[in-house]
Write a protein that binds this ligand. Structure first.
Ligand SMILES: Cc1ncc(COP(=O)(O)O)c(C=O)c1O
Length: 404
């Protein structure tokens, strides 16, 4: 044990649990075992290769020295911020208060630092993307949840109201991280009516204290329901424009452009022109990563000016959304064939199978060569990394493990 390491930093797991599971799956596969690895969090094709969008890579290869080497402005290139916001809300003329971040992770972490005091609690959904809790801890915060609706069930408005009221009472303010549309890990978006219910709760809560809604758009471009996503974006824009709830977005090029390693994204509050908010965001950038990578920002600016590249990118995203939809359908059919409930995926890279004692179920499935990620609510299954043809094996193994 390194004596110099302060006591509160000495007891972390050596490896991120998801990366550790993935490493174990790969090691067993390389020893010749037949492995179904549904732990992966990046999009793979049916031969197991990482999908890299060609339209994006062509733009990347065209970047010149001055689009790569110089520092980007501390808060990010203003033209990049505007272009990224316009990809999500084409009608908007400004990014508002915004800054570039290393992926969506940077945006999420930065929101935690600016909208809550140390020791307070951030609100998100259960289930949620695990690193939300890690980031909360790193920022001296706790994390509390309200339930994400189960498939075909409505939002539990009473539980959400209770969560909001409890936080308002304890800390007088709320930061809600909402990974909608295309939620990880449920693979579903809020229905139009659930969204209305939640937005109304937030509006009402905003009379009692400052409410920030940070929408996490990590998977927005991979959906079975593009029209429903557009509708959601319009609803959130309307909420933001009202000005009662501070609405912002965490945007990322990781999945949308398969630029995971480019580490680029942004946080933006398009309906805020508050210089103090802008100054706080810029200060956080300077105090953590200084400046973000320039190349992906330059790439987005090239994309913005290139209609042909935009059309190619949209076609590639459509194609991979269709592949994910086919994998989700195969999984639902395989689960039904084993007498289990369908998952009703509509977007994103994952689905979550609700089971009792997920850790034990995950271990037993691992014993049969099927790797998933255990969450408190169930098993996270990466549709992004499995083939449709593997669905029957997954469902059969799960049924065997659940009903030995
Ligand atoms: C729900 C969710 N939000 C945000 C992210 C952040 O990814 P990145 O920092 O690469 O943009 C991820 C990545 O897996 C995610 O699943």
């Amino acid at each position: 044990m390194t004596r110099q390491l302060i006591p509160s930093r000495r007891a972390f797991p050596a490896d991120d649990p998801i990366f550790a599971l993935n490493a174990e799956a790969q090691a067993r596969r390389s020893r010749g075992e037949s492995i179904l690895n549904a732990t992966v969090g990046a999009l793979l094709d049916d031969s197991g290769q990482l999908v890299v969008l060609e339209s994006v890579m062509d733009l990347w290869h065209d970047l010149g020295a001055l689009e790569v080497a110089p520092y980007a402005p501390i808060a990010g290139d203003p033209a990049f911020l505007k272009a990224l916001v316009k990809r999500h809300w084409p009608g908007l003329g400004s990014a508002g208060a915004a800054c570039a971040t290393p992926g969506g992770s940077g945006a999420i972490s930065l929101s935690m630092r600016n909208f809550l005091e140390a020791g307070q609690k951030v609100l998100t959904t259960a289930p949620f993307w695990g690193p939300y809790a890690t980031m909360a801890a790193e920022n001296g915060l706790d994390l509390v949840t309200a339930p994400w609706p189960a498939a075909l069930a409505p939002l539990d408005a009473a539980a959400w109201e209770e969560a909001l009221q409890s936080l308002l009472k304890q800390q007088g303010r709320v930061l809600l991280l909402l990974n909608d549309p295309c939620h990880n890990p449920s693979g579903r978006s809020l229905s139009a009516s659930d969204r209305q219910v939640l937005m109304e709760l937030l509006r009402r809560a905003s009379a009692q204290g400052p409410i920030t809604l940070l929408l996490d758009f990590a998977y927005l471009d991979y959906t079975k329901e593009p029209a429903a996503v557009l509708e959601a974006m319009a609803d959130y824009a309307a909420l933001g424009a009202e000005g009662r709830v501070l609405v912002g977005a965490s945007m990322s090029l990781s999945k949308s452009m398969t630029l995971y390693g480019g580490r680029c994204g942004a946080i933006a509050f398009p309906w805020s022109g508050d210089p103090a908010l802008q100054a706080a965001l810029t200060q956080s950038c300077r105090g953590t990563w200084s400046n973000c990578a320039k190349a992906p920002q330059a790439l987005l600016l090239r994309l913005e000016k290139d209609g042909k590249a935009q059309a190619r990118l949209a076609a590639e995203q459509r194609h991979w959304s269709d592949v994910l939809a086919a994998r989700a359908l195969a999984l639902d059919e395989a689960l039904a064939a084993e007498g289990m409930a369908a998952l009703h995926w509509t977007g994103g890279f994952f689905v979550c199978v609700a089971v009792a004692d997920p850790e034990a179920v995950c271990e037993r499935m691992k014993g049969e060569g099927v790797f998933t990620v255990p969450l408190p609510e169930g098993l996270r299954v990466g549709l992004c990394g499995m083939r449709a043809a593997e669905a029957p094996r997954f469902a059969q193994t799960l049924r065997r493990v659940l009903t030995p």
